[in-house]
Design a protein around this ligand. Sequence first.
Ligand code: ADP
Ligand code: MG
Length: 698
Amino acid sequence: MFDLYTQDITYVHGVGPQRAEMLKKEINVVTVYDLFYYFPYKYVDRSRVYRISDIDGNMPFIQLKGEILHLEVIGEGRTRRMVAHFSDGTGVVDLVWFRGLKFLAGRFKLHKEYIVFGKPTSFNGRINIAHPDVDEAETLTLSTMGLQPYYNTSEKMKRYSLNSQAITKLQKALFQQALPSLVESLPAYLIKEHQLLSLPDALKNIHFPSGPHLLRQATYRLKFEELFYLQLNILRYAKLRHQLQNGSAFKQIGTIFTTFYEKNLPFQLTNAQKRVMKEIRRDLGSGKQMNRLLQGDVGSGKTLVALMTMLIANGNKFQSCIMAPTEILATQHLETIQEFLFGLDVKVALLTGSVKGKKRKELLQQLQDGKIDILVGTHAVIENTVVFANLGLVIIDEQHRFGVAQRARLWGKSKTPPHVLVMTATPIPRTLAMTVYGDLDVSVIDELPPGRKPIKTILQYESSRESLYGFIAQQLQEGSQVYIVYPLVKESEKMDLKNLEDGYLSIQSMFPQYAVSKVHGQMKSAEKEAEMQRFVIGESRIMVATTVIEVGVNVPNASVMVIENAERFGLSQLHQLRGRVGRGASQSYCVLMSTYKMTEETRKRLGIMVQTNDGFEIAEADLKLRGPGDLEGTQQSGIAFDLKIANIVQDEAILKLARETAEKVLKADPLTNLPVNNVLWKHLAYLRKSNTNWSLIS
Ligand code: ADP
Ligand code: MG
């Protein structure tokens, strides 16, 4: 029987082994199903013909009708090109070809009526269209007019004449051969309930729209289908599995926790911290494995929550492990924890790449013997040689630096899977969390400890550098410390940006009375550590650095963060950097230094930074400006955004509906054995098999 899912693409007329190979390598189209679901990225209305006098260089693809007045090949070498002067009586444009001149020679006749289709640009005061489609007007029938699909193809494909037009041809062949065998991928009752187009109608209209209305309906149906299955996968496998996974039940909180809470805790917990602790305690006591994401803006006090969670593990005779993305951060965690636990009988140890030789061996032995209660570390803790006596809790700080695979290796270090708390300071918008972390429960600390003054953020240009230095001098005089962050370490010929080495020299000569620390990614880790430490203890007053200081570093006395070429940084990065200040009692400032010339997007980005300190607001804005694909962390977080048609930002409403629908389906059919849903489970199984990212998050 013809099976859409497995039928090789060579089944389609016009695809031989060579093309099949290319389709597979370049656009991951292997089966007939893949081709059906290879959607156009845009449509062009070919029913409208423009007048040359009405067009300009900023227009998208347009269509003209006219004749070629003059044709010539000019230029040498790489600039050799064929130019046709094309006119419709209202004006003249230049049609230009740089490639395939041999093939084109003799193809066009003067004074014959052609339809030209392409993207106009303006160059030296003339409008030209590079590599347009040119068809004889009389051969264009009505059916080839209307909304024409455009497919993405790679440069390599184009070289082998597998361009958008060729894909269109393949689609046509595919529809003729296989449309009758198409099997509906959603159960009939869902189609009815949500008034969706059938799959054949949706696919027909997504590739060859009969009109704008049907195109919209087709798009909606396919987006719904895609998001519905995404959610069904998360709910059916990942989330359910985690909910059912047995975990060690932490029945008590223990005396250490109580003593800590009553004697050592120097301040009141914020309400948000209290709420989150309740959520965590409920998980830990449930007998199921905790899988929780803790979101909280920089400085909201996540570390303390982590520590208290570890103390509960300790009270139940389990070891804990907290993992940080860098050595500097791990060291700081160790120090913070030791300080907090002063006088309490908890053994804390540090394991990083620089713990070597005999010391490492001893540490690993103690860990295995259960003599260490809390292990603080970097990636080093996931190595196979690190064996715990009874690991009960894993905490991962700054989640976005760790991939799912790394998380999974920690799971494996205990017979009963350890409880997991993932902490992130990069707030993740709700829609994204629903999709990316669909398998985690989410806790939010949405309140800063009392007494913090909101950081003042200002945007400045080169012209006010003098006054910036004056301001820095004044802050230093008052005893504060200052960060200055650069986008580059060294001068670059390619980019006209401020760099750290030059900055270091000029800052030194500008403020000779203060010691200056320097930290960047090309330094040895020990060297970096030492420089960082000088700043932490206040020996150096100014820190020039690259973004290596972005995450977690805590120097409450620092009150100024200057970011050079702020226009070069993404929103979440700027927010993270800003979070390095505002940790003490005094008023803090963030100065964004930028070039005056910037794009609209950059202006918006920096504007948002000036307007708000709220990490969630910034994350939402970031998502809207950049789209989910570029959002920091999404690549490593386990599910790449290889959605074919839906967009989780723009299609938030559909995503919600899809989520609700998936929940309803699972509730009605928990054993997945209702005959009406057969088609649905079969389709999900297929999707899981063909999408590696999907199987990863379960
Ligand atoms: P995060 O890890 O969320 O960025 P931290 O845990 O480093 O934040 O906390 C920032 C600072 O606030 C630390 O110095 C910490 O001791 C302090 N802090 C945490 N919770 C409170 C609280 N409830 N009241 C006052 N200060 C707090
Ligand atoms: Mg932190």
